[in-house]
Write a protein that binds this ligand. Structure first.
Ligand code: SF4
Length: 414
Protein backbone atom coordinates (compact mmCIF):
# COMPACT_ATOMS: atom_id res chain seq x y z
CA UNK A 1 0.00 0.00 0.00
CA UNK A 2 1.16 3.55 -0.63
CA UNK A 3 1.62 6.00 2.28
CA UNK A 4 0.38 8.93 0.20
CA UNK A 5 -2.79 7.69 -1.47
CA UNK A 6 -4.26 11.07 -2.25
CA UNK A 7 -1.28 12.13 -4.36
CA UNK A 8 -1.56 9.17 -6.72
CA UNK A 9 -3.99 9.02 -9.63
CA UNK A 10 -6.23 5.95 -9.49
CA UNK A 11 -4.58 3.17 -11.50
CA UNK A 12 -6.36 1.46 -14.37
CA UNK A 13 -9.10 -1.03 -13.46
CA UNK A 14 -7.67 -4.57 -13.25
CA UNK A 15 -9.31 -7.87 -14.09
CA UNK A 16 -10.04 -10.60 -11.58
CA UNK A 17 -7.26 -13.14 -11.40
CA UNK A 18 -7.59 -16.88 -11.87
CA UNK A 19 -4.94 -18.46 -9.66
CA UNK A 20 -6.14 -22.02 -10.33
CA UNK A 21 -3.21 -23.19 -12.41
CA UNK A 22 -2.55 -26.96 -12.37
CA UNK A 23 1.05 -26.71 -11.07
CA UNK A 24 0.00 -24.25 -8.37
CA UNK A 25 -2.99 -26.34 -7.29
CA UNK A 26 -0.87 -29.48 -6.93
CA UNK A 27 1.33 -27.67 -4.39
CA UNK A 28 -1.69 -26.11 -2.67
CA UNK A 29 -3.39 -29.49 -2.27
CA UNK A 30 -0.33 -30.92 -0.52
CA UNK A 31 -0.02 -27.92 1.79
CA UNK A 32 -3.73 -27.74 2.68
CA UNK A 33 -3.81 -31.46 3.35
CA UNK A 34 -0.76 -31.14 5.56
CA UNK A 35 -2.37 -28.34 7.59
CA UNK A 36 -5.89 -29.67 8.00
CA UNK A 37 -6.14 -33.42 7.34
CA UNK A 38 -6.75 -35.99 10.07
CA UNK A 39 -5.94 -39.69 10.15
CA UNK A 40 -8.20 -40.16 13.17
CA UNK A 41 -11.23 -38.64 11.42
CA UNK A 42 -10.54 -40.83 8.38
CA UNK A 43 -10.35 -43.90 10.63
CA UNK A 44 -13.68 -43.07 12.23
CA UNK A 45 -15.23 -42.53 8.81
CA UNK A 46 -14.01 -46.01 7.79
CA UNK A 47 -15.99 -47.29 10.79
CA UNK A 48 -19.17 -45.48 9.78
CA UNK A 49 -18.46 -42.56 12.13
CA UNK A 50 -18.86 -44.55 15.32
CA UNK A 51 -16.31 -46.23 17.54
CA UNK A 52 -16.54 -47.85 20.95
CA UNK A 53 -13.41 -48.40 23.00
CA UNK A 54 -13.93 -49.69 26.52
CA UNK A 55 -16.63 -47.63 28.16
CA UNK A 56 -16.52 -44.82 25.67
CA UNK A 57 -18.40 -44.40 22.40
CA UNK A 58 -17.51 -41.58 20.06
CA UNK A 59 -20.04 -40.75 17.37
CA UNK A 60 -19.34 -38.42 14.48
CA UNK A 61 -22.15 -36.92 12.45
CA UNK A 62 -22.34 -38.28 8.90
CA UNK A 63 -21.74 -34.77 7.53
CA UNK A 64 -19.57 -32.27 9.30
CA UNK A 65 -16.66 -29.90 8.80
CA UNK A 66 -15.33 -28.25 5.65
CA UNK A 67 -17.88 -27.70 2.88
CA UNK A 68 -17.06 -27.35 -0.81
CA UNK A 69 -17.26 -23.54 -0.63
CA UNK A 70 -14.81 -23.34 2.25
CA UNK A 71 -12.40 -25.81 0.65
CA UNK A 72 -12.40 -23.75 -2.52
CA UNK A 73 -11.85 -20.47 -0.65
CA UNK A 74 -8.91 -21.88 1.29
CA UNK A 75 -7.38 -23.37 -1.87
CA UNK A 76 -7.62 -20.03 -3.66
CA UNK A 77 -6.14 -18.11 -0.71
CA UNK A 78 -3.17 -20.50 -0.52
CA UNK A 79 -2.79 -20.35 -4.32
CA UNK A 80 -2.71 -16.54 -4.20
CA UNK A 81 0.44 -16.59 -2.15
CA UNK A 82 2.05 -19.05 -4.56
CA UNK A 83 1.13 -17.03 -7.66
CA UNK A 84 1.92 -13.63 -6.09
CA UNK A 85 5.03 -14.60 -4.17
CA UNK A 86 6.22 -11.09 -3.35
CA UNK A 87 3.15 -8.85 -3.77
CA UNK A 88 1.32 -7.53 -0.71
CA UNK A 89 -1.82 -9.66 -0.30
CA UNK A 90 -4.85 -8.46 1.60
CA UNK A 91 -8.06 -10.18 2.62
CA UNK A 92 -11.42 -8.52 3.31
CA UNK A 93 -12.06 -9.59 6.92
CA UNK A 94 -11.65 -13.34 7.41
CA UNK A 95 -11.53 -15.99 4.67
CA UNK A 96 -13.97 -18.12 6.73
CA UNK A 97 -15.06 -18.10 10.37
CA UNK A 98 -12.35 -20.24 11.85
CA UNK A 99 -9.47 -18.82 13.93
CA UNK A 100 -7.06 -21.65 13.03
CA UNK A 101 -7.48 -21.18 9.27
CA UNK A 102 -7.17 -17.41 9.59
CA UNK A 103 -4.01 -17.84 11.67
CA UNK A 104 -2.46 -19.94 8.90
CA UNK A 105 -3.19 -17.18 6.36
CA UNK A 106 -1.66 -14.55 8.63
CA UNK A 107 1.49 -16.65 8.74
CA UNK A 108 1.62 -16.38 4.94
CA UNK A 109 1.61 -12.58 5.32
CA UNK A 110 -1.96 -12.26 4.12
CA UNK A 111 -3.21 -9.16 5.90
CA UNK A 112 -6.81 -8.67 6.94
CA UNK A 113 -8.60 -5.43 5.98
CA UNK A 114 -11.71 -4.18 7.80
CA UNK A 115 -14.93 -5.69 6.44
CA UNK A 116 -17.62 -3.64 8.20
CA UNK A 117 -16.60 -0.38 6.55
CA UNK A 118 -13.89 0.76 4.20
CA UNK A 119 -11.11 2.84 5.70
CA UNK A 120 -8.06 4.61 4.31
CA UNK A 121 -6.35 1.27 3.71
CA UNK A 122 -8.69 0.75 0.78
CA UNK A 123 -7.86 4.19 -0.62
CA UNK A 124 -4.18 3.30 -0.38
CA UNK A 125 -4.37 0.13 -2.48
CA UNK A 126 -2.20 0.11 -5.61
CA UNK A 127 -1.96 -2.02 -8.74
CA UNK A 128 0.82 -3.99 -7.07
CA UNK A 129 -1.60 -5.26 -4.39
CA UNK A 130 -3.77 -8.35 -4.39
CA UNK A 131 -7.07 -8.48 -2.47
CA UNK A 132 -8.85 -11.73 -1.63
CA UNK A 133 -12.64 -11.61 -1.38
CA UNK A 134 -13.71 -14.20 1.25
CA UNK A 135 -16.14 -17.10 0.85
CA UNK A 136 -19.02 -14.95 2.16
CA UNK A 137 -18.43 -12.35 -0.58
CA UNK A 138 -18.19 -8.61 0.04
CA UNK A 139 -20.43 -5.59 -0.53
CA UNK A 140 -20.39 -4.25 -4.09
CA UNK A 141 -18.95 -0.90 -2.91
CA UNK A 142 -15.84 -2.69 -1.55
CA UNK A 143 -15.23 -4.58 -4.78
CA UNK A 144 -15.80 -1.45 -6.87
CA UNK A 145 -13.27 0.46 -4.75
CA UNK A 146 -10.64 -2.28 -5.09
CA UNK A 147 -11.18 -2.42 -8.85
CA UNK A 148 -10.97 1.35 -9.06
CA UNK A 149 -7.62 1.27 -7.24
CA UNK A 150 -6.33 -1.23 -9.82
CA UNK A 151 -5.51 -3.97 -7.31
CA UNK A 152 -5.86 -7.58 -8.46
CA UNK A 153 -8.85 -9.45 -7.04
CA UNK A 154 -8.92 -13.12 -6.14
CA UNK A 155 -12.62 -13.80 -5.65
CA UNK A 156 -13.38 -16.82 -3.44
CA UNK A 157 -17.10 -16.06 -3.04
CA UNK A 158 -19.00 -19.34 -2.78
CA UNK A 159 -21.27 -20.18 -5.72
CA UNK A 160 -24.17 -20.72 -3.30
CA UNK A 161 -23.81 -17.16 -2.02
CA UNK A 162 -23.78 -15.85 -5.58
CA UNK A 163 -27.02 -17.75 -6.20
CA UNK A 164 -28.66 -15.63 -3.46
CA UNK A 165 -27.26 -12.48 -5.05
CA UNK A 166 -28.81 -13.40 -8.40
CA UNK A 167 -32.14 -13.90 -6.69
CA UNK A 168 -32.15 -10.56 -4.85
CA UNK A 169 -31.00 -8.71 -7.98
CA UNK A 170 -34.00 -10.23 -9.79
CA UNK A 171 -36.28 -9.02 -6.99
CA UNK A 172 -34.84 -5.50 -7.41
CA UNK A 173 -35.28 -5.61 -11.18
CA UNK A 174 -38.94 -6.61 -10.79
CA UNK A 175 -39.58 -3.89 -8.19
CA UNK A 176 -39.73 -6.28 -5.21
CA UNK A 177 -38.04 -5.40 -1.91
CA UNK A 178 -35.79 -8.16 -0.59
CA UNK A 179 -36.59 -9.35 2.91
CA UNK A 180 -33.36 -11.03 3.91
CA UNK A 181 -33.44 -13.57 6.73
CA UNK A 182 -29.96 -13.21 8.18
CA UNK A 183 -27.71 -11.43 10.62
CA UNK A 184 -27.32 -7.73 9.83
CA UNK A 185 -23.76 -7.88 11.16
CA UNK A 186 -22.69 -10.90 9.11
CA UNK A 187 -20.37 -10.51 6.12
CA UNK A 188 -22.58 -12.53 3.79
CA UNK A 189 -25.75 -10.63 4.65
CA UNK A 190 -24.01 -7.27 4.20
CA UNK A 191 -22.87 -8.41 0.76
CA UNK A 192 -26.32 -9.75 -0.14
CA UNK A 193 -27.95 -6.50 1.00
CA UNK A 194 -25.68 -4.55 -1.36
CA UNK A 195 -26.79 -6.77 -4.26
CA UNK A 196 -30.45 -6.31 -3.26
CA UNK A 197 -30.11 -2.70 -4.40
CA UNK A 198 -29.88 -4.10 -7.93
CA UNK A 199 -27.77 -2.96 -10.88
CA UNK A 200 -29.39 0.47 -10.87
CA UNK A 201 -28.88 0.77 -7.09
CA UNK A 202 -32.53 1.73 -6.67
CA UNK A 203 -33.77 -1.50 -5.04
CA UNK A 204 -34.55 -1.90 -1.34
CA UNK A 205 -34.04 -4.44 1.43
CA UNK A 206 -35.06 -5.23 4.98
CA UNK A 207 -32.99 -7.61 7.13
CA UNK A 208 -34.82 -9.70 9.74
CA UNK A 209 -33.37 -12.29 12.08
CA UNK A 210 -36.02 -13.78 14.34
CA UNK A 211 -39.60 -14.97 14.23
CA UNK A 212 -40.44 -11.97 16.44
CA UNK A 213 -39.02 -9.69 13.74
CA UNK A 214 -41.12 -11.58 11.21
CA UNK A 215 -44.32 -11.17 13.21
CA UNK A 216 -43.62 -7.46 13.55
CA UNK A 217 -43.25 -7.16 9.76
CA UNK A 218 -46.43 -9.21 9.28
CA UNK A 219 -48.34 -6.97 11.69
CA UNK A 220 -47.18 -3.93 9.72
CA UNK A 221 -48.30 -5.55 6.46
CA UNK A 222 -51.70 -6.19 8.05
CA UNK A 223 -51.95 -2.51 9.04
CA UNK A 224 -51.53 -3.00 12.79
CA UNK A 225 -48.30 -1.00 13.23
CA UNK A 226 -47.43 2.61 12.37
CA UNK A 227 -44.59 3.63 10.03
CA UNK A 228 -42.80 5.32 12.93
CA UNK A 229 -42.94 2.20 15.13
CA UNK A 230 -41.74 0.08 12.24
CA UNK A 231 -38.76 2.29 11.56
CA UNK A 232 -37.84 2.56 15.22
CA UNK A 233 -37.61 -1.25 15.45
CA UNK A 234 -35.53 -1.72 12.32
CA UNK A 235 -32.74 0.81 12.67
CA UNK A 236 -30.56 2.08 9.87
CA UNK A 237 -28.43 -1.04 9.60
CA UNK A 238 -31.43 -3.27 8.85
CA UNK A 239 -32.92 -1.33 5.95
CA UNK A 240 -31.71 0.24 2.72
CA UNK A 241 -31.25 4.03 2.49
CA UNK A 242 -34.57 5.75 1.85
CA UNK A 243 -36.59 2.72 2.93
CA UNK A 244 -40.25 3.62 3.43
CA UNK A 245 -42.36 0.69 4.69
CA UNK A 246 -45.57 2.16 3.28
CA UNK A 247 -44.03 1.98 -0.22
CA UNK A 248 -41.38 -0.70 -0.05
CA UNK A 249 -43.36 -3.50 1.57
CA UNK A 250 -46.04 -3.55 -1.14
CA UNK A 251 -44.09 -6.15 -3.12
CA UNK A 252 -41.62 -8.32 -1.27
CA UNK A 253 -39.31 -11.23 -2.04
CA UNK A 254 -37.85 -13.38 0.74
CA UNK A 255 -34.28 -14.70 0.60
CA UNK A 256 -31.94 -15.88 3.31
CA UNK A 257 -28.35 -16.02 4.40
CA UNK A 258 -27.17 -19.43 3.18
CA UNK A 259 -26.37 -20.71 6.66
CA UNK A 260 -29.62 -20.13 8.55
CA UNK A 261 -31.77 -22.75 10.26
CA UNK A 262 -33.92 -24.25 7.52
CA UNK A 263 -37.03 -24.77 9.64
CA UNK A 264 -36.95 -21.12 10.75
CA UNK A 265 -36.46 -19.83 7.21
CA UNK A 266 -39.46 -21.87 6.02
CA UNK A 267 -41.60 -20.53 8.87
CA UNK A 268 -40.60 -16.96 7.98
CA UNK A 269 -41.54 -17.54 4.33
CA UNK A 270 -44.92 -18.97 5.36
CA UNK A 271 -45.76 -16.15 7.77
CA UNK A 272 -44.87 -13.36 5.35
CA UNK A 273 -46.75 -15.04 2.49
CA UNK A 274 -49.83 -15.41 4.73
CA UNK A 275 -49.66 -11.73 5.81
CA UNK A 276 -49.47 -10.52 2.19
CA UNK A 277 -52.36 -12.82 1.27
CA UNK A 278 -54.43 -11.43 4.13
CA UNK A 279 -53.70 -7.86 2.97
CA UNK A 280 -54.11 -8.35 -0.81
CA UNK A 281 -56.44 -11.34 -1.07
CA UNK A 282 -53.70 -13.35 -2.78
CA UNK A 283 -49.93 -13.74 -2.47
CA UNK A 284 -48.87 -12.41 -5.89
CA UNK A 285 -46.94 -9.62 -4.24
CA UNK A 286 -44.79 -12.02 -2.27
CA UNK A 287 -42.07 -14.25 -3.73
CA UNK A 288 -40.11 -16.76 -1.70
CA UNK A 289 -36.97 -18.62 -2.58
CA UNK A 290 -35.08 -21.03 -0.34
CA UNK A 291 -31.42 -20.04 -0.43
CA UNK A 292 -30.09 -22.28 2.36
CA UNK A 293 -27.00 -23.92 0.87
CA UNK A 294 -26.70 -27.68 0.38
CA UNK A 295 -23.78 -28.01 2.80
CA UNK A 296 -25.62 -26.25 5.64
CA UNK A 297 -28.67 -28.38 5.00
CA UNK A 298 -26.67 -31.63 5.00
CA UNK A 299 -24.96 -30.78 8.29
CA UNK A 300 -28.29 -29.91 9.95
CA UNK A 301 -29.95 -33.08 8.60
CA UNK A 302 -27.02 -35.26 9.71
CA UNK A 303 -27.28 -33.85 13.23
CA UNK A 304 -31.03 -34.49 13.35
CA UNK A 305 -30.26 -38.10 12.33
CA UNK A 306 -27.57 -38.48 14.97
CA UNK A 307 -29.93 -37.16 17.66
CA UNK A 308 -32.36 -40.02 17.01
CA UNK A 309 -30.08 -42.28 19.07
CA UNK A 310 -29.36 -41.50 22.74
CA UNK A 311 -26.09 -39.71 23.58
CA UNK A 312 -24.76 -38.24 26.81
CA UNK A 313 -23.34 -35.07 25.39
CA UNK A 314 -22.69 -33.25 22.14
CA UNK A 315 -19.58 -31.28 21.25
CA UNK A 316 -19.93 -28.81 18.37
CA UNK A 317 -16.56 -27.60 17.14
CA UNK A 318 -16.15 -24.32 15.28
CA UNK A 319 -15.50 -20.59 15.32
CA UNK A 320 -17.81 -18.72 17.68
CA UNK A 321 -18.78 -16.25 14.93
CA UNK A 322 -19.73 -19.05 12.52
CA UNK A 323 -23.43 -18.86 11.65
CA UNK A 324 -23.89 -22.44 10.43
CA UNK A 325 -22.07 -23.80 13.51
CA UNK A 326 -24.31 -21.73 15.80
CA UNK A 327 -27.38 -23.35 14.29
CA UNK A 328 -25.95 -26.83 14.91
CA UNK A 329 -25.56 -25.82 18.56
CA UNK A 330 -29.18 -24.60 18.68
CA UNK A 331 -30.38 -27.93 17.27
CA UNK A 332 -28.28 -29.92 19.73
CA UNK A 333 -29.12 -28.02 22.87
CA UNK A 334 -32.84 -28.68 22.40
CA UNK A 335 -32.10 -32.36 23.04
CA UNK A 336 -29.07 -32.86 25.29
CA UNK A 337 -26.12 -31.15 27.03
CA UNK A 338 -24.34 -29.41 24.13
CA UNK A 339 -21.04 -27.55 24.23
CA UNK A 340 -19.93 -25.12 21.51
CA UNK A 341 -16.14 -25.32 21.64
CA UNK A 342 -13.47 -23.53 19.62
CA UNK A 343 -10.99 -26.40 19.87
CA UNK A 344 -9.88 -29.30 22.06
CA UNK A 345 -8.24 -26.90 24.54
CA UNK A 346 -11.75 -25.99 25.70
CA UNK A 347 -12.12 -29.43 27.28
CA UNK A 348 -10.06 -28.53 30.33
CA UNK A 349 -10.73 -31.67 32.31
CA UNK A 350 -13.25 -34.44 32.71
CA UNK A 351 -15.51 -32.07 34.56
CA UNK A 352 -14.80 -28.61 33.17
CA UNK A 353 -15.63 -27.45 29.67
CA UNK A 354 -15.07 -23.94 28.37
CA UNK A 355 -17.68 -23.16 25.73
CA UNK A 356 -19.54 -20.38 23.99
CA UNK A 357 -22.94 -19.67 25.46
CA UNK A 358 -25.42 -18.50 22.84
CA UNK A 359 -27.63 -16.72 25.38
CA UNK A 360 -24.82 -14.85 27.08
CA UNK A 361 -22.90 -14.39 23.82
CA UNK A 362 -19.64 -15.10 25.63
CA UNK A 363 -17.34 -17.95 26.56
CA UNK A 364 -18.17 -19.52 29.91
CA UNK A 365 -16.97 -22.55 31.88
CA UNK A 366 -19.45 -25.27 32.79
CA UNK A 367 -19.09 -28.24 35.04
CA UNK A 368 -20.02 -31.51 33.43
CA UNK A 369 -19.44 -34.52 35.62
CA UNK A 370 -20.88 -37.20 33.33
CA UNK A 371 -17.47 -37.91 31.84
CA UNK A 372 -15.92 -38.50 35.25
CA UNK A 373 -17.07 -41.99 36.08
CA UNK A 374 -14.80 -44.38 34.18
CA UNK A 375 -17.08 -47.31 35.12
CA UNK A 376 -20.00 -45.64 33.45
CA UNK A 377 -20.51 -46.00 29.69
CA UNK A 378 -20.49 -42.62 27.96
CA UNK A 379 -21.51 -41.71 24.40
CA UNK A 380 -20.10 -38.46 23.10
CA UNK A 381 -21.43 -37.00 19.85
CA UNK A 382 -19.22 -34.71 17.83
CA UNK A 383 -20.06 -32.47 14.91
CA UNK A 384 -18.55 -29.35 13.38
CA UNK A 385 -19.57 -26.43 11.23
CA UNK A 386 -18.66 -25.97 7.57
CA UNK A 387 -15.63 -23.86 8.46
CA UNK A 388 -13.99 -26.31 10.85
CA UNK A 389 -10.92 -28.25 9.66
CA UNK A 390 -10.54 -31.97 10.36
CA UNK A 391 -7.38 -31.49 12.44
CA UNK A 392 -9.42 -29.57 15.05
CA UNK A 393 -12.03 -32.34 15.06
CA UNK A 394 -9.25 -34.91 15.51
CA UNK A 395 -7.83 -32.99 18.46
CA UNK A 396 -11.28 -32.94 20.06
CA UNK A 397 -11.72 -36.70 19.60
CA UNK A 398 -8.25 -37.34 21.01
CA UNK A 399 -8.85 -35.05 24.01
CA UNK A 400 -12.05 -36.88 24.96
CA UNK A 401 -10.28 -40.23 24.48
CA UNK A 402 -7.27 -39.12 26.52
CA UNK A 403 -9.50 -38.13 29.43
CA UNK A 404 -11.26 -41.48 29.18
CA UNK A 405 -7.94 -43.38 29.14
CA UNK A 406 -7.84 -44.22 25.41
CA UNK A 407 -4.70 -43.59 23.33
CA UNK A 408 -4.45 -42.38 19.73
CA UNK A 409 -2.82 -45.67 18.70
CA UNK A 410 -5.82 -47.61 20.02
CA UNK A 411 -8.01 -45.63 17.62
CA UNK A 412 -5.69 -45.93 14.65
CA UNK A 413 -5.29 -49.70 15.20
CA UNK A 414 -9.03 -50.38 15.10
S1 SF4 B 1 -21.55 -22.91 4.12
FE1 SF4 B 1 -22.64 -23.03 2.14
S2 SF4 B 1 -22.60 -20.95 1.32
FE2 SF4 B 1 -21.06 -21.04 2.93
S3 SF4 B 1 -19.18 -21.55 1.87
FE3 SF4 B 1 -20.08 -23.49 2.53
S4 SF4 B 1 -21.29 -24.20 0.77
FE4 SF4 B 1 -20.86 -22.01 0.45
Amino acid sequence: MSDTPTEKPAPKKRKRINVRKPDVMAKVEAEVSNHYKSSVVEKLREHGGIVTLGNTTIKLAQQFGFCYGVERAIDLAYASRKVFETNPIYLIGEIIHNPEVNRQLQQMDIVSLPWQEMNEQYDALTDNDVVIVPAFGAPTSFVEKIEERGASIVDTTCGDVMKVWRRVRTYAKEGYTSIIHGKAGHEETLATASHALGKEKNGHYLIILTLEDTDFVCDYVKGKISDADFMSRFGKSNVSAGFDPSVHLKQVGVANQTTMLKSETEEIQNRITAAVRERDGDSQNCQVFDTICGATQERQDALFDMLKEPMDMLLVVGGYNSSNTTHLVEIGQEELPTFFIRDAGCIESLEQIVHFDLEEKSEITSEYKNLLDQDQHVTVGITAGASCPNNLIENTILRVCELRGISKSEILEM
